[in-house]
Design a protein. Structure first.
Length: 302
């Protein structure tokens, strides 16, 4: 998504050094490699081994100009050079191949798919593990935090149901959400926010983003640009806040309310390239409905 907008923001040029933390199918990565030909370099990763394989195949012709690894972008500072890059990109969330592959359990369109949702299927608890073991209050909180209006009722129904029949498939959970919270004329499937909440928790997406932003920022040379594409308000809020703090000209005690007399002056570390988030145009949204939620924010390292 937002490919043209990302290129306008990152300005990849011949010889440029870039990082793509969510290379997925390699769409953005290919455009960056092309624009930095013949001697630029791209470090890139994805936590999904299947995505990495797809990206490897798509980017094969630039083989000598990239370092492609399986991993979380939050760990990038451990293997990507620091303080030298011209740009870093993260395009958050799930990819279309992940949503379309019924075996991954991200979507509720596939009836009998296993309720998994791990982007990296080699580690960690699945969505089914959470649904079958979390206490009712924790489930309700998880759904409520993701703006699900029927959070409490859905959590209660899950706990009642799982004692006799543990959840194994996406269809079982989607069916329960529809039975508990479905109303005639609803615009989206009644399980949408429940599935999204589980996916965010299963993959610790919030944690990766909070750890990842300072890590990616540390890779950039002065003048280098950080571009983040987010897909829901919770993510966008974290990105916006990180950028706000880097661009201001003082430090403030963490956690406390910001009071002028508590501020320690310092030079700003960044400059906002986008005052408001950049969104996809109508043409892209009608081609790809997922683009409708995408927000791009860009900041330049000073
Ligand atoms: C929207 S897709 C990216 C698409 C890609 N920009 C392209 O042009 O094809 C998001 C990808 O990010 C990956 N991902 C999400 N969070 C990640 C993280 N913390 N570290 C590494 N990869 C992550 C997912 O596995 C998925 O493949």
């Amino acid at each position: 998504v937002l490919l043209a907008e990302v290129l306008t923001a990152l300005l990849p040029r011949r010889g440029g050094l870039f990082f793509d933390g969510t290379c997925g199918g390699g769409g953005h990565a290919a455009a960056i490699l092309e624009a930095t030909s013949p001697d630029g370099f791209l470090w890139a990763c994805d936590r999904d081994p299947a995505a990495l394989e797809a990206a490897g195949a798509r980017l094969a012709r630039w083989k000598g100009r990239m370092d492609l690894r399986h991993g979380n972008f939050a760990d990038a500072a451990g293997w990507v050079p620091r303080g030298r890059l011209n740009g870093a990109l993260v395009d958050l969330g799930v990819s279309s191949p992940q949503l379309d592959d019924s075996a991954r359990g991200f979507g509720f369109q596939h009836e009998g798919a296993s309720l998994d949702m791990r982007m990296n299927p080699t580690v960690g608890a699945t969505a089914a593990d959470l649904v079958n073991t979390l206490p009712e209050e924790d489930l309700a909180e998880l759904f409520r935090d993701n703006d699900e209006p029927a959070a409490k009722r859905i959590a209660r129904a899950i706990v009642r149901e799982r004692t006799s029949r543990p959840f194994r498939t996406t269809g079982a959970l989607a069916g329960l959400a529809a039975a508990v919270a479905g109303r005639p004329g609803m615009r989206r499937h009644p399980a949408t926010l429940v599935f999204q909440a589980l996916r965010i928790r299963v993959n610790d997406e919030d944690g990766s983003l909070r750890r990842g932003l300072p890590a990616l920022w540390s890779l950039l040379a002065p003048g280098g640009r950080l571009a983040i594409i987010s897909f829901h308000s919770g993510e966008d809020r974290v990105v916006k806040e990180f950028m706000r703090v880097e661009c201001r000209d003082f430090d403030a005690p963490e956690g406390a309310a910001d009071q002028p007399h508590m501020r320690t002056p310092r030079a700003p570390r960044g400059r906002l390239v986008t005052r408001k988030p950049v969104e996809a145009g109508e043409a892209e949204c009608s081609r790809n409905p997922r683009a409708r939620c995408a927000k791009l924010r860009v900041m330049e390292r000073l």
